[in-house]
Design a protein around this ligand. Structure first.
Ligand SMILES: Nc1ncnc2c1ncn2[C@@H]1O[C@H](COP(=O)(O)OP(=O)(O)OP(=O)(O)O)[C@@H](O)[C@H]1O
Ligand SMILES: [Mg+2]
Length: 334
C-alpha cells in the first residue's frame, strides 16, 4: 500500500490531494483563483504565484485532515510527495515545487517531480479502469491540444499538436468575444444548450490537410468576423456552432490517428475533457474510451499523485532536483 500527496500549482489552481495506491482519492482540495483573474479576463502570473504562496500551507492541512491524517507538522505517515515541475507559469510552479521539496526533506520521504500533462493523462485512471498498452491520448486543455501515443509505461510519442491556439484557449477567447465569463469552456457549454449548432458554418481547422495537427486560430477569427458582420447574432447559436466546430476538428483528427495507428484505446484528458459535447461525440469513435471523472478534468493534485504512483511502480521516477520548467514537451521526459 502507498499513500502519496500530490501538489499542483502550474497555473491558477492550488490543488493538493492524498491518493492511495494511485487511484483511491482520500482527499482532494482545490483553491481556484478564477474569481480574481476573471476581473482581468485571464490569468495574471504575478497574482497567481502570490495567491499560491498565501494558501498552500493551509490547503495542505485541510487535505491531510480530510484524509484522516495528522496535520501537526510532523510526517503524516505518507510515502512520498509529488509536485508539478512544468510546464506552466514559472512563479506558480516554484511555489508548489519548493513547498513540496521542503516538506519531503523535513519528513525524510521521497520527492517526485511530475510533468503537468502526464498528470492530466493519469486523471483518466482515477477510477478502476485503466487501458492496456498501447493506447492513444487526446490531451485538450488551456495550453495543449495533442494526440499522444503511449506504447509502454511513461514513453510518450507526440503524434499531433496544435500549430497555434490550444482548444481550451480558443474556448476562452471566443467566450470573451461573446461577452461570456472566464473560463470560457463552461460558459460556452452552458450558452450552447439552447442554441443551434448548425446556425453558422464555421471552419474545422486543417481538416482538408493531410496532417494530424490541429489549428484553432482560424476558428477564433471566423467567430470574430461573424460577430462583426452580424452583431445581433444570438449568443446561444454562435456558442453552439462554435462548440460543434471545435469538437468536430478534435474528432476528425483523433479518428484519423486511431485508423493510422490501429490503436483502439483512447484516453481523453485536460480541462476540455469536461465538455459534454466532446464526451458524447467521442462515444462514436472506433475506440474504447478512458475519461476522467468530471471533477479531475481541470487542474488538481490527485492526478499528480496518480502519475507519481505509476512512476514509482515502474521504477522510473524523475530526479528529485528536476528544475521548474515553463515549457517542456511530454516526450522530453520519457
Ligand atoms: N466544459 C468545458 N468545455 C470546454 N472547455 C472547458 C470546459 N471546462 C473547462 N474547460 C477549459 O479547460 C481549460 C482549463 O483546463 P486546464 O486546467 O487543464 O488548462 P491549463 O492547466 O490552464 O492548461 P495546461 O493543462 O495545458 O497547462 C480552460 O481553457 C477552460 O475553458
Ligand atoms: Mg492543466
Amino acid at each position: 500500500m502507498s499513500i502519496l500527496v500530490g501538489i499542483e500549482t502550474s497555473c491558477d489552481e492550488t490543488g493538493i490531494a492524498v491518493v492511495k495506491d494511485g487511484s483511491q482519492v482520500l482527499a482532494n482540495v482545490v483553491s481556484s483563483q478564477i474569481d480574481t483573474h476573471r476581473l482581468f479576463g485571464g490569468v495574471v502570473p504575478e497574482i497567481a504565484s502570490r495567491m499560491h504562496t498565501e494558501i498552500i500551507s493551509q490547503l495542505m492541512k485541510e487535505a491531510l485532515c480530510e484524509a484522516g491524517l495528522p496535520s501537526n507538522g510532523k510526517c503524516p505517515g505518507i510515502d512520498g510527495i509529488a509536485a508539478t515541475f512544468g510546464p506552466g507559469l514559472m512563479g506558480s510552479l516554484l511555489v508548489g515545487l519548493g513547498f513540496a521539496r521542503a516538506a519531503a526533506c523535513a519528513w525524510e520521504i521521497p520527492f517526485l517531480p511530475i510533468h503537468h500533462i502526464e498528470g492530466h493523462l493519469f486523471s483518466a485512471f482515477l477510477g478502476e479502469k485503466r487501458p492496456d498498452f498501447p493506447y492513444l491520448a487526446l490531451i485538450v486543455s488551456g495550453g495543449h491540444t495533442q494526440i499522444i501515443q503511449c506504447d509502454t509505461p511513461h514513453n510518450y510519442q507526440i503524434l499531433a499538436s496544435t500549430r497555434d491556439d490550444a482548444v481550451g484557449e480558443c474556448f476562452d477567447k471566443v467566450a470573451r468575444l461573446l461577452g461570456l465569463p472566464y473560463p470560457g469552456g463552461p460558459s460556452i457549454q452552458e450558452a450552447a444548450k439552447t442554441g443551434s449548432d448548425t446556425a453558422y458554418a464555421l471552419p474545422r481547422g486543417l481538416s482538408k490537410k493531410d496532417t494530424l495537427d490541429f489549428s484553432y486560430s482560424g476558428l477564433k477569427t471566423a467567430v470574430l468576423y461573424l460577430l462583426r458582420e452580424k452583431p445581433d447574432a444570438p449568443v446561444p447559436d454562435v456558442a453552439a456552432s462554435f462548440q460543434r466546430a471545435a469538437v468536430d476538428a478534435l474528432m476528425l483528427k483523433t479518428a484519423r490517428a486511431i485508423k493510422q495507428s490501429d490503436i483502439h484505446r483512447l484516453v481523453i484528458a485536460g480541462g476540455v475533457a469536461a465538455n459534454k459535447c466532446l464526451r458524447e461525440s467521442a462515444e462514436r469513435l472506433d475506440a474504447e474510451l478512458f475519461l476522467p471523472p468530471f471533477v479531475y478534468c481541470v487542474d488538481n493534485g490527485a492526478m499528480i499523485a496518480a502519475a507519481a504512483h505509476s512512476r514509482i511502480e515502474h521504477n522510473c521516477s524523475l530526479p528529485y532536483d528536476t528544475p521548474a520548467t515553463a515549457s517542456i514537451p511530454l516526450s522530453g521526459i520519457s
